[in-house]
Each structure stands twice: as structure tokens, then as C-alpha cells.
Design a protein around this ligand. Structure first.
Ligand code: ASP
Length: 429
């Protein structure tokens, strides 16, 4: 099979580009899933098609994406660190990235609280909590910091602990640059390995249209859109703030701080966004986000190999938006006023809780339980919103990875590590 020149976005010839085929797969999956839900698919259709074919296709595709994550992050980050010409740069890039990740998350959650405060999606529910809930320990800053350092790198990899893998790969890459000739030999092996793994990502992407089709068809066949109706206000407030953040905050960031054209950015990000939407997992989307950011948007590996895995783990703007709206919604539904300090606590807890939590489907709800306990809101309130969470999870995951990629482009640009030529190149070149 000839893979040369075949990227995520395009194949040459008369076939539609890969991105277009992924989008078609998504649309067909959506239509078929909704049709099955509408027709009330039961019996053999439910067993063999939805629970059989779609499930098998979707889960195999998801597993094959996930299997790439640990080797890709490790190898790519070792190469990235070793190619840094100046160690001080690591600290600077780290500082800028963390600052922007935290800053965009703070904007996201503030937008969420503001809109939820104005629209009041929970008003009128008039529920009563039996008890007030006591606070349960959220991970403390000290524990989070200690937890960054792996005592056993093999375990960190086996568990997919992204932050520990990042620390180990960074140290290993640093040692490589200091180890003279032996370091050079091993680095050239790692560079080759990195190329091979990237090829594997591209190879797998050829199955993406089918994988995406199966994943989406199953979600909509099982879930339908019926759950939205009783929660329409909550659903549309979350959706509205997610869109606002994606269509205003990121484009402004790209344009004003990075001097980059947001339209080009979004056009090239269509494949990872479609994948994030279908898989609801920033972790599973990571290989494709990294591929797109490096090869299509022109960010140098020394920046992207660090910022993208870090972002997939700690930067979840979309999740923070859901948590902000959900907290306000539950407080309003139960008629409890948590006050300004309560909402500030929500911002801090939501941010801390997201550090070290892998980007997998539904993890936002687990973190939400922590946030609710912290501000003494009834955790049972989660039951109110769980019915529409999977649909929102898909959209917020797309926002999560868009945030990672925007910050990466801006940081790379500021470091002179973004190739304007590749960024501006047409997609199928
Ligand atoms: N599914 C999200 C992600 O992977 C996390 C969440 O909000 O549940 O980024």
C-alpha cells in the first residue's frame, strides 16, 4: 500500500478527501441512528445491527485509536524534548501553555456561569434536597504535584497516566541530549519510530469514516433526541455557551494573540473535531489532533508533542462549561443560593479536578460530582441531567480538543515554531 502523501485531510485523485468521507460517515450515521430510534428498532435489528455490527465496528475503531496514544505520546515527546535547542525554552513554553490553558478555561466557566445566571435554566423545578451534602476531599494541590512524578514508568504507561508519561518522556529526552554519541544513536532510532507511529495514525484514519459511522449510528439509535425535550433549556444553554466559546474565544485568541487566520484553522481541524464528536474522548482523538497540528497547521514537534498531550489531560474548556451550567442549573432547581464565593469555588474545584483526569467519555460527570459536593449541592441532581449528557459530551469533547489545538498554535507562533507556509497551504496539498 502506498502511503506517501496521504495525510489525514486528503488523498489525491477523484475520490472525495478523507475529511469529507469522515463527515459523510458522520451524517449517514446520524440519519440512520435517528431513523432506527424513530422506528423503535427492536429484536434482531437491535441485537445484530445496533448491539452487534455498530458496536463491534465502533469499539474496534476506538480501541485502535487508543492503542496508539501511549507509544505516540512517549516517542513524540522524547523527540520533541531532544530537539529543543535551548532548555530554558521548555520552561517558557510550559509557562505560556499553562497560562493560556488556565486562562481559556476561566473564560469558559465564567461565560457558562454568566449565561446560566441570566437564562436560569433550572428555575421552576422546585425540587427539595433531603439533606445538605458535606464536602468530600477533592485532590489537593500537593497530592496533584506529587502525583506528577512516576515511581514506575512502566506502570504509568500501563495505566495510561498521561501526566506521568509526559514527565518521564521529558526527562528521558533531556538525558538523550546530554548523552553524546550514544544519545544521538538512540535519538535517531526514536525519530524513526516516531515516523512509523505517525504512519500508523494515517493508516488507521482510512477506517475513520466507517468507525465514525458505527459510533454515531449506535449513539443515536440508542439515545435518540427524545431526552432533550424535558431538559431543553439546560441543553441549549450548554450548547450555546460551547458554540460561543468555540466561535468567539478561540478565533479571537488565534487572531489577536497569534495573528493567525481562524478560518484556515477550523478548516484544517475538521477531521479531529469530527472524531472528537464521534468518540467523545479527547484521549482517543489525541493521535489525530497531534498529526493535524504538526503536519497540517505547521507546529513544530518540540511544541506540539508537549502541549497536545498536556491539553488532552488538563485542558477541558468544554467540560468546564458543562460543569458551570450544570452547577447553576442544579442550584436553581433546588432553590439553593451558593453565592459568589460558591461560584468561585466551582471555578477552582472544576479546574483542579480536571488535572490528571484522562479525557474519556463521561468523565465530566464524575468530576461534576466532586464540584457539587464541594459547594454543598445535592449530588443526586446529576440524575436530572444525565439523560442528555452523552450528546453534550460529544460537543464538549470537540471544544476541548479545539482549545488544545488553538493554544498550541498560539504558543508555537510566539516561539517562532509555526511554519506560516504549512499553515497557509491548501488542505489537499
Ligand atoms: N469526554 C470529555 C473528553 O474526553 C471529557 C468529559 O467532559 O466527559 O474530553
Amino acid at each position: 500500500m502506498v502511503l506517501r502523501g496521504v495525510g489525514v485531510q486528503g488523498v489525491t485523485g477523484t475520490r472525495p478527501s478523507l475529511t469529507l468521507r469522515i463527515l459523510i460517515g458522520m451524517a449517514l450515521g446520524l440519519v440512520l441512528g435517528l431513523a432506527l430510534d424513530w422506528a423503535g428498532a427492536e429484536g434482531p435489528i437491535e441485537t445484530y445491527l445496533v448491539g452487534g455490527l455498530f458496536r463491534i465496528g465502533g469499539e474496534i475503531f476506538l480501541a485502535s485509536l487508543m492503542l496508539l496514544v501511549v507509544p505516540l505520546v512517549f516517542v513524540s515527546l522524547v523527540c520533541g524534548t531532544a530537539s529543543l535547542d535551548d532548555i530554558a525554552k521548555l520552561g517558557r513554553v510550559g509557562g505560556k501553555t499553562l497560562g493560556l490553558y488556565l486562562g481559556t478555561t476561566a473564560i469558559a466557566i465564567s461565560l457558562a456561569l454568566l449565561v446560566a445566571g441570566i437564562v436560569r435554566p433550572g428555575a421552576g423545578f422546585e425540587l427539595h434536597a433531603d439533606t445538605r451534602f458535606s464536602a468530600e476531599a477533592t485532590p489537593s494541590l500537593v497530592e496533584t504535584l506529587i502525583g506528577l512524578f512516576p515511581s514506575n514508568p512502566v506502570r504509568a504507561m500501563a495505566e495510561g497516566n498521561m501526566l506521568q508519561i509526559i514527565v518521564f518522556a521529558g526527562l528521558f529526552g533531556l538525558a538523550l541530549t546530554m548523552a553524546g554519541e550514544s544519545g544521538k544513536r538512540i535519538l535517531s532510532f526514536f525519530n524513526d519510530l516516531n515516523d512509523v507511529i505517525m504512519r500508523l495514525v494515517m493508516l488507521l484514519m482510512h477506517f475513520a469514516p466507517y468507525g465514525v459511522f458505527c459510533l454515531i449510528a449506535k449513539v443515536f439509535a440508542v439515545q435518540g433526541l427524545g431526552a432533550i425535550k424535558p431538559l431543553a433549556k439546560y441543553f441549549f444553554v450548554v450548547l450555546g455557551v460551547l458554540l460561543l466559546h468555540a466561535l468567539v474565544t478561540y478565533p479571537v485568541l488565534l487572531r489577536a494573540i497569534g495573528g493567525l487566520n481562524p478560518l484556515v484553522f477550523y478548516r484544517k481541524m475538521r477531521a479531529p473535531i469530527a472524531l472528537a464528536f464521534s468518540t467523545a474522548s479527547s484521549g482517543a482523538t489525541l493521535p489525530v489532533t497531534l498529526e493535524t497540528v504538526e503536519r497540517r497547521l505547521g507546529v513544530h514537534n518540540s511544541i506540539a508533542s508537549f502541549t497536545i498531550p498536556l491539553g488532552a489531560t488538563i485542558n477541558m474548556d468544554g467540560t468546564a462549561i458543562m460543569q458551570g451550567v450544570a452547577t447553576a442549573f442544579i442550584a436553581q432547581a433546588y432553590g439553593i443560593d451558593i453565592g459568589m464565593s460558591g461560584y468561585l469555588m466551582v471555578v477552582v474545584t472544576a479546574t483542579l479536578a480536571s488535572v490528571g483526569t484522562a479525557g474519556v467519555p463521561g468523565v465530566g460527570l464524575v468530576m461534576l460530582a466532586m464540584v457539587l459536593r464541594q459547594v454543598h449541592l445535592p449530588v443526586e441532581g446529576i440524575g436530572l441531567i444525565i439523560g442528555v449528557d452523552r450528546l453534550l459530551d460529544m460537543v464538549r469533547t470537540a471544544v476541548n480538543i479545539t482549545g488544545d489545538a488553538s493554544v498550541t498554535c498560539v504558543v508555537a507562533k510566539s516561539e517562532g515554531h509555526l511554519s506560516a507556509e504549512i499553515y497557509a497551504q491548501p488542505e489537499d496539498s
